[in-house]
Design a binder for this molecule. Structure first.
Ligand SMILES: *Cc1c(COP(=O)(O)O)cnc(C)c1O
Length: 428
């Protein structure tokens, strides 16, 4: 499509947008009476209008039935999980029984490593992203120590080459080859939280498994953002949070994927609790752990129907919008943003922005990370004053992520227009 930099062109794109009514499904933030342009669906997705009613249903049921809410009424809490894994499995590209909704992301990564990081004296090394999200770093550091190894001996961090911002796939594959005899696990992010770089999960999985290692992905920034095919890619395990692109509320319930080939392997070590017990006999309260033969066998504790309800409300919107339409709009919205930013950057006397997100469509999702070359913090503060919610990551990066469910082409235009004015004032 040939774009034209004008508000009317933006409005034309909005008029043609098949998903434009979905914006009304969300509550747009208003600060001090002023509607905001919210570009942080990558950090905390907005609240769906219907979430409140769904939470209220759970509260009503609790009020009316007490503990019988697990078994009675229209939607017994015991069966709630089944209704979540249907839509979720479509979002992550898995079979429903390969998906479990439980805990939160970092907790789930620890639990999955119990099963899938089985170091011995020969094979104990883990390949991971350099400068991964801090929680992932702390998780790996402490988990490796817990297994009796020294993180410095075991962790192999692959990062960008000097002078570059993104990680080359060939370097990841090369590291896998180089350590093929000692490699126990590749734990990688689907999409990097800082640079917005999307990785080729299929290729990483294939390469790691070819040398006998297990492969897991942290999908915090990928789930609900880009199309995923975990089962077809043959990924061993994955985990994600639901509060970023999946709009399921702050601290919302997390999820995990475990390939079906592991479901009947009762010898696989795991940290168990009663909620992972075989469902038909869970309430017989017998001695000896007998796991459910699905990803649900990794659950430990009684889940919160309140968190389930918020998750379900948000997932339903995804299903109504449809994966294909979401993907199509994401691509167009992003191309529009890149077009406007490139034009703006090209018009400056000296470069002001360096994009650290890969330019190619196959290597990014909704997010664009801009390395600000001059007075970045002032630019960020001015954007905030103008009612634009983006974020600042030290030392000098502004991240933004217009999302297809609720952002408009006009908002993207307004953002770049305001950014242009801020830059003009700075350099006047
Ligand atoms: C957001 C995010 C987390 C957060 O983990 P929680 O356990 O949900 O707090 C972890 N890892 C990555 C890569 C993230 O982007």
């Amino acid at each position: 499509m040939i774009f034209e930099n004008s508000r009317s062109f933006a409005c034309g794109l909005d008029e043609q947008d098949e998903l434009r009514s979905f914006r009304n499904e969300f509550i747009m933030p208003v600060i001090d009476g002023r509607p905001q342009i919210y570009f942080l669906g990558n950090s905390l997705g907005l609240q769906p209008v219907r979430t409140q009613a769904c939470l209220q249903q759970v509260l009503n049921k609790w009020a009316n039935y007490g503990v019988e809410g697990f078994f009675m009424g229209e939607q017994p809490w015991l069966q709630y999980h089944d209704r979540l894994i249907e839509p979720l499995s479509k979002i992550v590209g898995a079979r429903p029984h390969e998906v479990v909704v439980m805990n939160q992301l970092t907790v789930n990564l620890h639990l999955l490593l119990v099963s899938f990081y089985r170091p011995d004296n020969k094979r104990n090394r883990i390949i991971c992203e350099a400068k991964a999200f801090p929680s992932d770093q702390y998780m790996l550091e402490t988990h490796v120590k817990y297994c009796g190894f020294n993180p410095a001996d075991v962790l192999i961090e692959v990062g960008p080459r000097p002078g570059e911002h993104t990680i080359r796939h060939e370097d990841i594959l090369q590291a896998i080859q180089q350590h093929k005899d000692e490699l126990a696990l590749v734990l990688w992010g689907g999409l990097n939280y800082y640079t917005g770089q999307l990785f080729n999960m299929a290729a990483i999985t294939k390469a790691a498994q070819a040398v006998g290692a297990k492969v897991g992905f942290d999908l915090a920034h990928a789930a609900g953002n880009i199309p995923l095919q975990l089962h077809n890619w043959n990924v061993d395990f994955a985990a994600w949070c639901s509060y970023k692109y999946m709009n399921s509320g702050p601290g919302g319930i997390g999820g995990a994927y475990i390939h079906e080939r592991y479901h009947n392997d009762t010898a696989l070590p795991r940290f168990a609790g009663w909620w992972g017990y075989d469902k038909a006999s869970r309430f017989l309260m017998q001695k000896g752990f007998n796991p459910a033969r699905s990803a649900e066998g990794w659950q430990l504790s009684t889940p919160s129907p309140l968190l389930y309800a918020a998750h379900k409300a948000a997932l339903d919107i995804f299903m109504e919008a449809g994966a294909d339409r979401l993907q199509k709009k994401r691509q167009l919205l992003n191309s529009w943003l890149w077009f406007l930013l490139d034009e703006l950057n090209g018009q400056q006397r000296e470069p002001v922005i360096e994009f650290i997100t890969p330019r190619q469509e196959s290597e990014r999702g909704c997010q664009v990370s801009m390395l600000m070359l001059q007075q970045g913090k002032q630019v960020f503060d001015e954007l905030a004053r103008a009612g634009i919610i983006v974020d600042w990551r030290e030392p000098n990066v502004i991240r933004l992520a217009p999302v297809p469910l609720y952002n408009t082409f006009e908002e993207v235009w307004q953002f770049t227009n305001i950014l242009r004015q801020i830059l003009q004032l700075q350099h006047a």
